[in-house]
Write a protein that binds this ligand. Sequence first.
Ligand code: SF4
Length: 213
Amino acid sequence: MSKLLTHDEADYCLDILEETYPDAKCELEHRNPFELLIATILSAQCTDVRVNKVTNEMFKEYNMPEDFANMDIHKLENLVRECGLYRNKAKNIKAASNVIIEEFNGEVPKTIDELMTLPGVGKKTANVVASTCFGVPAIAVDTHVFRVSNRIGFVSEKTVEKTEVALQNKIDRDRWTKAHHLFIFHGRYCCSARSPQCEKCSINHICNYYSGE
Ligand code: SF4
């Protein structure tokens, strides 16, 4: 196993990433927790840019749980078709809207555990909504967070679940949410899957992947 960053090195690395990406934040456009929930469900295996394009149009007319709970499923499928996996996503949006109305008085629940009771909402989606909208510290591990944190050497894990736990142990709780956004920005704009731009990377001097460890 490669040498992992110590707690202090991890802190130092996050400091640099904060300087590199001062505007790192959730890039799914939303005006309230329900819109972010829908956008996050739609973002599975789809880019935020495409999701924003779809939701910008859809939310002009439909942005309440009642709108989707009562909508004809084929109509909903057409609205979200561009995001891919549209049958499953439409089914989950409709079902989650129903549960929000029936179990949570029409309000998106605030805890990760409650969020995960909604159809189509796994740990990653629950983490994104709880941390972004309700200030719950969380590290949602998506493909960028998984790749970047393992490459740098914050952790050395084979699964998303183990990566989340290891990151929680390595990073102070009050930095979890910010770290999540920083890893995503770094993965999007520098440390891409196929061609990481190591030469111009602001943290290459402490990166395991770059040093070959
Ligand atoms: S040095 Fe390369 S592999 Fe390491 S974080 Fe930077 S871009 Fe990614």
